[in-house]
Design a protein around this ligand. Sequence first.
Ligand SMILES: NC(=O)c1ccc[n+]([C@@H]2O[C@H](COP(=O)([O-])OP(=O)(O)OC[C@H]3O[C@@H](n4cnc5c(N)ncnc54)[C@H](O)[C@@H]3O)[C@@H](O)[C@H]2O)c1
Length: 339
Amino acid sequence: MAAVKIGIVGLGRLGKRHAENLKHKVSGAALVAACSVVKEELDWARENLGIEALYSNYDQMLEEADLDAVFLVTSSAVHAEQSIKALEKGLHVFTEKPMGVDVPECQKVERVVAEHPNQVFFVGFVRRFDPSYAYAKQLIDEGVIGEPFLVRSQTVDLDEYAEFQVKFVPTSGGIFLDCNVHDIDLARWYLGSEVKSVYAKGGSYVHQAFDSVHDADNTVVLTTFDDGKMAVISASRTAFHGHDTHTEITGSKGILKIGMTPAKNRVEVFDGHGARTHCVRDFFERFHEGFLAEAQEFVNCIRENRQPIVSAFDGTKATEVGFAMTDSFQQGKEVQLHS
Ligand SMILES: NC(=O)c1ccc[n+]([C@@H]2O[C@H](COP(=O)([O-])OP(=O)(O)OC[C@H]3O[C@@H](n4cnc5c(N)ncnc54)[C@H](O)[C@@H]3O)[C@@H](O)[C@H]2O)c1
């Protein structure tokens, strides 16, 4: 079977990593084109990946390049528009999360996806493809912890990235859409239920600059679900020890804990400072297996003519709940979800 011809769009912090995976590690993929609005990133793609078909304009890439699929790793604000354009060109689409930064544009993506049922549409909720998170889902489905009713999940980044995150807010949608969409997606996936209400609190405890963009550096959200299940979802941009994403699921017969200590590996250091493990530093170090697995699954879905486990509906739901959390935080009160 011919390799799937892919054009990557966005070669920033994460795009470069995806591009390297698609070029060197994903079987059945041929990375044939790249697009970025930053000239140095296109130079990087030519020099490091040997890609010749380089574009600074997305529409031009869609018009001219010989593609089966696009892989969108652009700023969150353009994911929806770029997904729609590619679907309407007859291409398969992988889009990084969030699928869109407002609900109506997500719903539009959903409609266009439904109009193109033979094209694969994939939202990059990478944690579903991390071996530990996927194993936890398997255990839940096997009934190992009985009926799950409470998820506690957090996304925590190193303080050293905070300055970058402040600049990122206008295009990322803020801490709830940028960080917690992952936790929201996991809670819906593990609990098998939809969010009914959110009550978000938070503040700029370390970096007041987040106040000026109506965002926060530390947050916590009490989330209730239609059937009375619960989630406590939190985020921080001020950790000093490492990237500390972890999740706990409580059920009627047991508890699953995923990655509670963000250990770099299994080495423990016993010395004058005590007993310690070194930590993973960033999301890519923590989730590099998941990023590769999701890209491989995208290509497999195309080659096997099937849809992935994560749908456009999941993309809309995560954005809708992330938006409600942002509203709740900014208004200082509980927000009900209506749909
Ligand atoms: N799944 C995860 O855990 C995870 C982690 C980090 C980032 N992300 C997502 O990946 C996306 C990119 O994040 P990043 O940190 O790499 O950002 P970045 O700012 O480093 O890179 C953005 C890239 O998008 C390109 N771009 C922006 N607008 C464009 C346009 N109109 N046409 C063509 N190219 C355009 C820029 O040239 C740049 O290459 C974001 O949506 C972010 O939410 C996901």
